[in-house]
Design a protein around this ligand. Structure first.
Ligand code: FPP
Length: 244
């Protein structure tokens, strides 16, 4: 019999994976600073890490991966850094579109993308259109996304429906249908690298019962092994949802 003492930290049970993993990709700036590089270099490596992690999640059969790429608060960063992140997203989407038929990864975007550049909006629309044909792993990229902003939008829409006489009651299980993540199960596991212990306005409603996993590893240093460590920890947890 295999002892738990010689089980490696990254050994996981592939038959018992979380359905949905959400990630706050934090630590790009510090990763770059440690190497005396500009923060934007950290984001460039972070984008490659995202590509690697998304491919891995698809290969192990994960149903959903949701990543926080740009928050409603990130506009406060220097223009040069905002432009660099948007540029990386454009590059990533352009390259993905070419490979989508092969990889068959479904992509969706959470957040108000209407304020993004016309070029980025066009790439997002194309990516989502192509994605409609795919069934497998779904990657959700949160862009100009904030959990509170998402709830405010939901309330406004509900209020509009009430005033137009189309709605008059809302239950807990109805709220999800007003969110960007409508139809998608809540994340089972939420990972935050970078050593901070907070949610930073990420998936406020959806993460109510997510297992949280924090690590000091910086996002650009993340890899398949780190994902496995988080999944292994998830598999050791007991989820009770308030019961006993
Ligand atoms: C947080 O690290 C990271 C961001 C705000 C940007 C994340 C963007 C990418 C990984 C690149 C584009 C994404 C895709 C999906 C292609 P930070 O800058 O706050 O790091 P710090 O805390 O060390 O300063």
């Amino acid at each position: 019999m295999k002892s738990i003492f010689n089980k490696k930290a990254e050994e996981i049970d592939f038959g018992n994976l979380p359905r949905h993993i959400a990630i706050i990709m934090d630590g790009n700036g510090r990763w770059a600073k440690k190497r005396k590089m500009p923060r934007t270099a950290g984001h460039a490596v972070g984008a490659e890490t995202f590509r690697k992690v998304a491919t891995y999640c698809k290969n192990i059969g994960l149903d959903y991966l949701t990543v926080y790429a740009f928050s409603t608060e990130n506009w406060k960063r220097p223009q040069e850094e905002v432009d660099a992140i948007m540029g990386l997203l454009e590059k990533y989407l352009l390259e993905s579109i070419e490979k989508m038929e092969r990889d068959k990864v479904k992509m969706k975007f959470f957040g108000d993308v209407s304020v993004l550049s016309p070029r980025l909006r066009e790439l997002i629309a194309r990516t989502e259109e192509i994605s409609k044909r795919f069934e497998g792993c779904q990657v959700n990229i949160c862009l100009n996304y904030g959990g509170r902003d998402e709830l405010v939008r939901a309330m406004r829409r509900y209020a509009r429906e009430v005033s137009e006489g189309r709605e008059n009651n809302i239950e807990e299980e109805d709220v999800g249908s007003y969110l960007f993540s409508a139809g998608i199960p809540d994340p089972d596991l939420l990972i935050r690298p970078g050593g901070e212990y907070r949610l930073s306005n990420f998936l406020m409603w959806q993460s109510a019962y997510s297992e949280l996993y924090f690590t000091d590893k910086l996002w650009p240093d993340f890899d398949e092994k780190e994902i496995n460590r988080a999944i292994a920890e998830f598999q050791r947890r007991e989820r009770r949802y308030g019961g006993v």
